[in-house]
Design a protein around this ligand. Structure first.
Ligand code: NAP
Length: 229
């Protein structure tokens, strides 16, 4: 059975993925949420500081397991025009969406280099391909995440490690809970979002379509046929 280290295991997408696939994979999670069923074990963090991210990876290393798949789901958005969002929020969003994924790439790079196999999957966004109106900085973090993963692909390829950036459109998750009707309009437009199972299934599809030789899906976009942008 393959081992998965799932970062941001409290994400609705991650929870759904673990729910549907815990019989097929050994899934170990890192999260601020302490009670997550369907995981083999969980490392609880407070705020994903660089030290905590390092501790989380060391916790996994102590298990003496291969790191077959690393999935990074962390990310949140804050809407508003430039100048209107408190700077602390901008800093926290940049940290969560970009630096936390970087910390986990940083701390796992030597594992992948040593074992000479593995698959890194991150959750980007369609907002990382085209900007989302009213979400300038969220888009900027997802554009940067895309660049980071593509650069990492090039650095880690000589160790036969594969990378994938999954870029969903609107998904009906708690991500949208804090937004008002101006920014989660899609909720009121019939069929403009996809459900969380469809995105969890996309992660599984990416894993299943990766063979033991050279094939991998590096980027994949999934969204409702009716999503406007
Ligand atoms: N929902 C959408 O429409 C949509 C569309 C495109 C892309 N995405 C991306 O998909 C991923 C999962 O999102 P989701 O829809 O499943 O939303 P979610 O349920 O709200 O999950 C949010 C994730 O981000 C982490 N997180 C949130 N706030 C954080 C903070 N302040 N500091 C550190 N970590 C924080 C959570 O970690 P814990 O486990 O520690 O709570 C969790 O993994 C995100 O990267 C998001 O950007 C979502």
């Amino acid at each position: 059975m393959k081992n998965i280290l799932l970062i941001g295991a409290g994400s609705d997408i991650a929870i759904e993925f673990a729910e549907n696939n815990h019989n097929e994979f050994n899934i170990y999670g890192v999260s601020r949420t302490e009670k997550l069923l369907k995981l083999k074990d969980i490392f609880s963090v407070k705020d994903y500081s660089p030290t905590e991210c390092n501790e989380a990876v060391n916790w996994y290393i102590k298990k003496s397991l291969s790191l077959d798949i690393l999935i990074i789901a962390n990310g949140f958005g804050k809407s508003g025009k430039i100048g209107a969002i408190p700077l602390e929020k901008i800093e926290s969003m940049t940290n969560t969406n970009l630096l936390v994924p970087y910390y986990f790439l940083h701390h796992t790079a030597s594992i992948f280099q040593k074992q000479q196999f593995g698959h890194v999957i991150v959750l980007g966004s369609v907002a990382g391909i085209k900007y989302a109106p009213n979400f300038a900085m969220y888009s900027a973090t997802k554009f940067a995440l895309r660049a980071l993963v593509e650069a990492y692909r090039n650095e880690i390829q000589e160790f036969s490690v594969k990378t994938t950036n999954i870029q969903p459109g609107f998904i009906d998750t708690k991500f949208w809970d804090e937004f008002g009707p101006n920014d989660n309009k899609f909720k009121f437009k019939k069929n403009a979002s996809v459900n969380v199972t469809e995105v969890a299934d996309t992660i599984k599809y990416v894993i299943d379509s990766t063979n033991d030789t050279n094939h991998v899906i590096n980027e994949i976009t999934c969204r409702s046929v009716y999503q406007e942008r």
